[in-house]
Structure formats: C-alpha cells, structure tokens
Design a protein around this ligand. Structure first.
Ligand code: GNR
Ligand code: NI
Length: 172
C-alpha cells in the first residue's frame, strides 16, 4: 500500500470524466487499497480515484466516527437511483479544495448500485452523511466539485485563494 498525492484545485485533471471499470482487477484492488490509505492519512471520509489522478469510476469511503473502528466501503462504477425529493444541507469540505467549507443542498436519500471490492454487484440505501458523501464522490467522477454549486463570486474567491497558496508553496 502507498499514500498517494491528492490533487488540489486549480487542477484540470479534477475536471476529467472518469471511465467505467470493465472488471475489477487485482490492479484496481491495489488502487482501492492505496486510495483508502491516502484517505485515512488525509483524515477524509471519502475519496474518488481522480483525486489521486486516476480517471476510473472508483470511490472509497469510511464514515465511521469512532477512532479505531474502521468501516471501509468500496464503490466501483456506482450509479445513483431513486434520489429523494426531500433535500438535506450539509457543510461540505473536499480534500481537493483544502480548508474551504460550504453548505451544500442535495437529495437527503438515494440508492446506489455498484460493484464492491470483489466485483460483486450490490445495492445500498443511503441517507444522512452517507448519502451526502456518496453524492459528493459521484460528482468527482463527472469532474464536478462542491464549489461549482456556489455563486460565481464565492467560487472565484476560493480558487484565487488556493492558487495563491499553490504559488507560495512552489517557492518553499
Ligand atoms: O472528507 C470529506 N468530508 C466531507 C464532508 C462533507 C461532505 C463531503 C465530504 S467528502 C470529503 C473528502 C473528499 O473530498 N472526497 O471527495
Ligand atoms: Ni471531494
């Protein structure tokens, strides 16, 4: 396993539309292992493959709260079904948009069809943080970030801040 570098805005790669996996291979499983380790290392609750530069429709998540009790989840080729009409707002953050947070409204519940770590077809009924997180991760697969839902002004201020941060760290 290895910790990989998480891409941050502004980075064009994050705008890629990720490609479906045709069969879950050993290589894909290794990628999922690395993604999980990278996510835990960054204290995140979810990670899409494109965030480490791999344009595959693969997501890992762990929303367990208690320290030491891991509950890793793997989603390959996830598809969202039956989005609830009822919305929920949650203060979202993103490992690819460091230190920025905003209230985002999304369907409060949804079903997700996907392949698990072993390539087995599964259906998950998601609500609460799980539903929010899976929708946030699914957006990454389409090249969408949560800041895309903000006003043009708020979004450009965040991108300006992050690019300044990047140009500063480039000198160090
Ligand atoms: O770690 C993360 N926390 C989070 C909080 C609220 C809504 C979504 C998320 S996902 C984020 C990790 C990440 O960037 N995944 O793509
Ligand atoms: Ni994210």
């Amino acid at each position: 396993m290895a910790i990989r570098t998480i891409l941050t805005e502004p980075n064009k790669l994050l705008r890629n539309i990720s490609k479906p996996v045709d069969q879950v291979s050993k290589e894909d499983q290794k990628l999922m292992d690395d993604m999980l380790e990278t996510m835990y290392h960054a204290n995140g609750i979810g990670l899409a493959a494109i965030q480490i530069g791999v344009p595959k429709r693969i997501i890992v998540m762990d929303i367990s709260k208690e320290e030491g009790k891991k509950d890793p989840r793997y989603f390959v080729n996830p598809v969202i079904k039956n989005k609830d009409l009822l919305k929920n707002t949650y203060e979202e953050g993103c490992l690819s948009v460091p230190n920025q947070f905003a209230e985002i409204e999304r369907p409060s519940k949804c079903d997700v069809e996907y392949l698990d770590y072993f390539g087995k077809k599964k259906i998950l009924k998601a609500e609460g943080l799980l539903a929010t997180c899976i929708q946030h991760e699914m957006d990454h697969l389409e090249g969408i970030l949560f800041i895309d839902y903000l006003s043009k002004l708020k979004k450009s201020l965040i991108i300006k801040k992050l690019s300044k941060l990047k140009s500063n760290t480039a000198i160090l």
